[in-house]
Write a protein that binds this ligand. Sequence first.
Ligand code: ANZ
Ligand code: ZN
Length: 774
Amino acid sequence: MKSSDKKPRAYEHRIVEAKWRKVWTDAKLDVADIVRGKKPFYNLMMFPYPSAEGLHVGNMYAFTGSDIYGRFKRMQGYNVFEPIGLDGFGIHSENYALKIGKHPMDQAVTSQKNFYHQLHTIGAMYDWTRTVETYDPNYYKWTQWLFVQMFQHGLAYRGTGEVNWCPSDKTVLADEQVIDGRCERCGNIIEKKLLEQWFFRITAYAGKLLENLSTLDWSEKVKIAQKNWIGRSKGMIISFKTSDGGNVRVFTTRPDTLNSVTFLATSKLYEKGSKEKVGRENGRYAIDPLSGRKLLIWDTNYVAPDYGTGIIMGVPGHDERDMEFARKYHIDIVKKAPDEKLWQTIPKNGWGNIHVNYHLRDWLISRQRYWGPPIPMIFCEACAGEKKGERKDMLGWYSVPENELPVLLPRIPDYKPGDDGIAPLGKHKEFYHVACPGCGRQARRETDVSDTFLDSSWYFLRYPSPRLKQAPFDPAITKKWLPVDMYTGGAEHSVLHLLYSRFVWKALRDWGYLDFSARGGPASGWDEPFTRFFAHGLVIKEGAKMSKSKGNVVTPDEYIANYGADSLRLYLMFMGPYDAGGDFRDSAMEGMARWTGRVWRMALNSMDKHSNTSSANVKKELERLVKKVGEDIERRHYNTAIASMMEFTNVVSDEKSQLSTEDLKTFVKLLAPFAPYLAEELWFRASSSDGWISVHTQSWPTFDASAIQEETVKIVVQVNGKLRDTISVKREAASVKEEIEKLSLDSDKVQKFLAGKKPQKVIFVPERLINFVV
Ligand code: ANZ
Ligand code: ZN
């Protein structure tokens, strides 16, 4: 491209954006040098799931914040890999297809087109040569492979369990997908059903999943959520002798209250949901090892069958729940002081031992739905009868041999879920009739599909080598690019996706598929898929959560068309700190578009003047800006970075100010991660050379720390958003709202505009601005 192409005066975002998209694509600007690139930096954003026509601004908010960080890292000299794909299998996408009455396979094609089209426009530096779609057979072949590995390593098993059944979605849900007794997706009340299902033994990793949390650089609230979900409890299993010559074991976290035990309780009458405690005598009694007294055993509904041993010692004197039960059934209540010594004496006498229990449950992996990877397992009735099978503990079951993967999801017309708990594929003999891999006789394929969270538990391993045929991921490339350096996504995934991914990662490592020993071993944090995780906030629309039913979903398309992708990016990021989200308002969006225009004019002005030096105030302000924007990006306070850039344009717009072309270019670099198209166009115009070198591959500006150590700070004072005065204060005072408020109100200029009225609201931005609203 030649400098002579540098054309129009007005900023025409449509033309500029289209132009640079093409130039960037042709130059492969955003294609990471996966094999040779030095200083790899894997900047990952949670991939979207298509559950609507397209993305809304909430998605764009999330993607933009992640992209700014990636662009910043690239300018710091890293080889940044920023991939994108679609989590397109699973209940979200299937429900959407069902709703609009389209076959999920057809809808997937439409969704992919729409989503990718939109994602092309938002100005993110995606490597479009490495997309991953979970419904692509080349991808789910390896999701199935992962299932087979789980099976072969004893981590996948069949279990009959009381499962959460959603009568509306007609499927089984994992505990994590039930919120306050209701389905996470549709809000309907969950029923309980006894069904045989596939589970992954995530509980085998409970201890490691918990321990490693402390090594992670993650948002604290997310770590706490995982910690609570895993729920470690240290206690004791105590064994009581029973009247029929046997014994029962209880789990307690309070062995020190054994001296107040008055009964034992089982979970025989357990049912989730009932509030009123119910019990009946079991007929047997146990012996209190301390006093030798008889303790009645009660069958109750308030002890959970799948926690601890499923039996408890009742200590009404110290435990609320036991108290309620004891009152109702007139059981003795004893309240002796807890005895710390019991922690030693109980094991010393052989009555019990220390035991650590976790609240985490195994991962229920099967779904009686259509839109997912068929579970790659085969059951042979004949082999089961002859006590044969791939695993001794699961007679009759065989995994599909690797060379027969993928088990393709067939296109069937009756893909809707049924009321009977039978998966749609279970009505298709041509699918499930298969020869037994063990004996060759007729056997039956599993007809359930796997949970979407399995699809997304490993996609980040696939991204760097997405077209690889012979393995799920390339070992050498994986070694170079993983773990993910920065992961960004919604806090709502704190316990689901983020826990499953960690589990899968640890399992793969234990099986020998991941080797990071050269990078320092588990203790240094390579034991984890996501070194850093940042939970972004949510966008609301004029005070309300964006939702279809409220009709207030904002799609980015019209805003991009009207104002340009850069203005929308800037506006979204200006709403608040990136982890706090913000309220989307049309009027504020327009304000941001005006500022974009101001930047454009400021830049063109500066170029027209060809000045070699900036005025002193501009120089100084720029120095501070470089420091501020870099630091703000690092802590994802994009809003204050943008506010500082706005202030810079204010300073430059002063008549006495001069902005040299060199300093303009520095400003453009700071702007580049936020407004990639505008910055590229300005960079191109301001660069003297004929050859084009992207602003996005320039190095991030540095600053002279000593020049910034000034003592005073200027605070802008506004009345109703209009500049009325500026005051200089000591840096220490510049963040103290009360101080600044007092000083500002001392100003005659401010008093003149307040005109005797009392401010209803005072908006304060530390070290920057105070605004009195009257
Ligand atoms: C006696 C006792 C005395 C208890 C006391 C508590 C307080 P966490 O912290 O959640 O692990 N428990 C054990 N198994 C249970 C089950 N399957 N269903 C319902 N409750 C169960 O809780 C452990 C405590 O919850 C155990 O300690 C037991 O009651 C109860 F002053 O034993 B405790
Ligand atoms: Zn067989």
